[in-house]
Design a protein around this ligand. Structure first.
Ligand code: NIG
Ligand code: FE
Length: 401
């Protein structure tokens, strides 16, 4: 293992009591994949040796970014649906008429493995260019045992072939596939039978569902969560996106890692999430693209000390963007998050939403995932948009090229 010392960095460690976990003249020492020491350059213990030293030229350094909610693997696109929405059709109307998620399911099933892999790889690379080092990818556009497995295998392959950590989430309870029309309970039974197979193949890190009037009911969600619990898999939920179905409180009662979207989250839901330690994942890209007006209850989440994460929610229907940095900007402008909250949302809190405790801050013992930015101050990460200030990325102790 080679020990590398990066010096002359201005660190936003997000650890410790200072705002941003700031260290003005910082250094990071990594032994292989792990950070062995992080702190003031002048305080580097004499006993710590590096095989190699790299001067970062005074660059701003943050933890690697975590995009904790994406639907990256799918076929086709839905630009026509966007046009229909601009003419007045609603997301729900399009879904009820058999478009929406179902149209992406048809395109995904029709695509070859090679096509799905190549398009998902391009999207992953776009996110990585802005400093993403950990990426969650959900299934949910296959909606059969065969096609869900195919999409999850492609997600796993991305994690093997790219310098990136990929976490996979099984979202088979995303929409009702056409072959189960009028038989939602039967579909949920089918999902519960294929979860053990997917898990046995090592394809799933967590289980998610879409609990909504246009998708699955709380009772159906509960059945999926029971199957996940039986396998020892953690759960997450698309909850309270378009209405208040009580999904967040339900997910919290299963100790959910996170509840995501949450525009319609009630006070009761906030309390349940606080009690279970679930992360609130806010998705400003979907809020923006669906032209929502109902804001998630940010102050109530803060008051209850619920950790707030942000993610791209990249998908072809409600959030076709590929910039996690843009989400920081939107979270501040739309949701009134602070730039520091936004950065914690795509680092420490994003990691926690995936059940990962070895990343998201810069401290000894954490993974050596970090980004050097062409910026003076970390508040600029939420300020610029449409500009990529990412200068260099280290993932698992290795510089990406
Ligand atoms: O997270 N809300 C449900 N699922 C996705 C959208 C899926 C789609 O429209 O294709 C979301 O926004
Ligand atoms: Fe989503």
């Amino acid at each position: 293992m080679t020990a590398t010392l990066w010096r002359n960095a201005r660190l936003a460690t997000l650890a410790g009591p200072e705002p941003w976990g700031w260290v003005e003249r910082g250094a990071l020492l990594a032994d292989g994949r792990q950070l062995q020491w992080v702190g003031d350059d002048a305080a580097l213990p004499a006993g710590l040796q590096a095989d190699e030293e790299i001067d970062l030229g005074g660059a701003l350094v943050t933890p690697g970014l975590v995009d904790c909610h994406t639907h990256l693997v799918y076929g086709g696109q839905r630009a026509r649906e966007f046009e229909l929405r601009l003419q007045g059709a609603s997301y729900e109307q399009i879904a009820r008429a058999g478009g929406g998620i179902r149209s992406t399911v048809a395109a995904t099933r029709a695509a070859s493995d090679a096509q799905l892999f190549a398009s998902a790889r391009e999207r992953a690379l776009a996110l990585m260019r802005e400093g993403v080092t950990t990426l969650e990818i959900k299934s949910g556009y296959g909606l059969s045992a065969e096609h869900e497995a195919r999409c999850l295998r492609i997600a796993r392959r991305l994690g093997r072939e790219l310098p990136l950590t990929v976490r996979t989430t099984c979202l088979s309870a995303h929409a009702l596939p056409p072959e189960f029309e009028g038989r939602a309970d039967d579909y949920i039974s089918a999902v519960c039978t294929w979860l053990p197979q997917l898990h046995a193949e090592g394809l799933i890190d967590a289980v998610d569902a879409f609990c909504e009037s246009i998708a699955f009911s709380p009772a159906q969600t509960r059945r999926v969560f029971d199957a996940a619990r039986h396998l020892g898999l953690p759960v997450k939920l698309h909850a309270e996106q378009l209405s208040d179905c009580g999904g967040a409180a339900l997910a919290a009662s299963y100790g959910a890692l996170s509840c995501d979207h949450l525009e319609w989250l009630s006070a009761k839901g906030v309390g349940a999430m606080a009690a279970s330690g679930s992360v609130a994942v806010l998705l400003p890209g979907a809020f923006y693209f669906l032209r929502e007006t109902k804001l998630p209850p940010l102050q109530a989440l803060r008051d209850a000390d619920v950790p707030i994460a942000l993610a791209s929610d990249h998908n072809p229907g409600s959030s076709p963007g590929l910039s996690l940095l843009l989400m920081l900007n939107m979270a501040c402008t739309f949701f009134r998050m602070t730039p520091e909250e936004a950065l914690r949302g795509v680092t420490a809190h994003g990691a926690r939403a995936l059940g990962l405790h070895d990343r998201g801050t810069l401290a000894a013992g954490q993974r050596a995932d970090f980004v050097a930015w062409d910026l003076d101050h970390p508040n600029e990460l939420a300020y610029w948009f449409g500009r990529n200030p990412c200068r260099r990325v280290v993932a698992g102790g290795e510089e990406r090229h």
